[in-house]
Each structure stands twice: as structure tokens, then as C-alpha cells.
Design a protein around this ligand. Structure first.
Ligand code: ZN
Length: 241
């Protein structure tokens, strides 16, 4: 079993069986364990999975060995195996939609599964833009905050493309105090739009952009001392699998 996609398929099946409390395929579980032991002979969870898969009639032991193995292996289910993660992205996008409306954007955005990064999701705008990074992986959607920040970042990129920021310089969402771009960040357990100016500051909580903020922009004609403009950049680089 040296074919990577075959291993992935078997891991997915193992995950689904554990998730649904269904019968674990003993042969597949044994193969997965032996494959791992080839590389890591001392892998305790792989040993236990191999032993549990040949032990007769102990489904409980096999199921918990499979769960422990997947955990130790660092297995991350894709959106197909963990549809609740995609649902989490949909909820996160609702929060971003609220910020769009609060800042006067009327266009539609939606989640798509683009072909260019298999397995990932992306935000697509009214104009068909999908941002400049690789989209959102299933592991980004493992918890609410991570999902919120990932969706906000993808939405920001796609929306700025649709606002043609490269020619117009128009950033989204713009900091109400400085007119500079902001980037979503997870801080203190919350998703925040963080101003790109200087050391930065909170512009708004993601999903809670106050409608009045944008109107203040017109009263701030120039940048305060010490604040410099910078391009949209990739300020939210994360390790991706
Ligand atoms: Zn600012």
C-alpha cells in the first residue's frame, strides 16, 4: 500500500466508520497499521490498531484503537468526511456578509469548491473572483474561530479583487480611523479586523462592523503621523497541509 491516494481513501473510510460507530473493516485497519509500522515500528497506536484488528470479536477495542490511531496520525477529514466543517464555513460567511452590508457592499458572495486546489473551499464574489491564495482547507474549519478568520481572509481577498484594488487602490474592509486595509486575525478568542497601519489596532469584530464606522471615513481626509499605507499583502499566512 504505497499509493498515497489509496492510503488516504482507507483513512477516510476508517474515519467514517469510527464517526458513525459502524463496523471497522478489520483488513483495512490492519493494512493501515502495518503501513505505518513500516515507517515507524515503535508507533504505539499503530501497534494497538494492528493487534486490535486481528483480535477476535472485540469491536469496542478495535473502534477505540482506530480512533486513537487517527488522532496520533494527525488525520484531518476532508469536507466530504466532515460536512459539519463546511457548514461552519457557511456560518462564518454569514458574519462576513453582515460586514459587507455594513460597509455598503451589496454584491453576493458564496462558498465554492474550486478545482485548482482539490479539497479546499474558496469564497467567490459577484464578479467571479476567488482571491489570490489557496483557499480554505478542512483543517482551517476545525473550530469556529479558525473558520471565521479563514473565511474572512478569503472573502477579503476575493472582494478586493472584485473592487479592482490593483488599479483603484480600494481596500476592503477599510479601517474607519485611517482608511487603510484591515486583515482578519484571531486575538483573545475573537475574530477581529486588524488595521494594517503601524502596529495595528482593532477596527471591528468580524461580523460586527458598525454601519456608522464607514461614514466616519469622509471626515478623515489624511493619514495621521506615523501611519503609512501599505499594500494588501499576505498578512495572514498560515501553514497549510
Ligand atoms: Zn486603523
Amino acid at each position: 500500500m504505497d499509493d498515497g491516494s489509496e492510503l488516504e481513501r482507507r483513512l477516510d473510510a476508517l474515519y467514517v466508520a469510527v464517526r458513525d460507530s459502524a463496523t471497522v473493516d478489520r483488513q483495512a485497519a490492519f493494512d493501515i497499521a502495518m503501513n505505518e509500522l513500516e515507517y515507524r515500528p515503535l508507533h504505539a497506536e499503530a501497534r494497538e490498531l494492528a493487534e486490535a484488528s486481528v483480535a477476535d470479536d472485540d469491536e469496542t477495542r478495535l473502534a477505540s484503537a482506530a480512533a486513537a490511531f487517527l488522532d496520533a496520525y494527525g488525520y484531518e477529514p476532508g469536507f466530504e468526511q466532515a460536512p459539519e466543517r463546511f457548514a461552519r464555513l457557511e456560518r462564518a460567511l454569514d458574519a462576513v456578509r453582515a460586514d459587507m452590508r455594513a460597509t455598503g457592499l451589496t454584491g453576493e458572495v458564496r462558498l465554492v469548491r474550486p478545482g485548482w486546489i482539490p479539497g479546499n473551499a474558496a469564497v467567490k464574489t459577484w464578479a467571479g473572483d476567488q482571491g489570490w491564495t489557496g483557499g480554505i482547507s478542512s483543517s482551517d474549519a476545525a473550530d469556529d474561530l479558525s473558520a471565521l478568520v479563514a473565511v474572512a481572509e478569503q472573502a477579503r481577498q476575493a472582494i478586493m479583487e472584485s473592487l479592482q484594488y490593483q488599479s483603484t487602490g480600494r481596500v476592503w474592509p477599510a479601517c474607519p480611523a485611517h482608511g487603510l486595509g484591515t486583515s482578519p486575525e484571531a486575538r483573545h478568542g475573537t475574530g477581529l479586523w486588524w488595521c494594517d497601519g503601524g502596529d495595528g489596532h482593532v477596527s471591528a469584530e468580524v461580523g460586527h462592523w458598525a454601519a456608522w464606522q464607514q461614514s466616519r471615513l469622509s471626515r478623515i481626509p489624511r493619514l495621521p503621523a506615523g501611519i503609512t499605507r501599505r499594500g494588501p499583502g499576505l498578512s495572514l499566512q498560515r501553514a497549510r497541509q
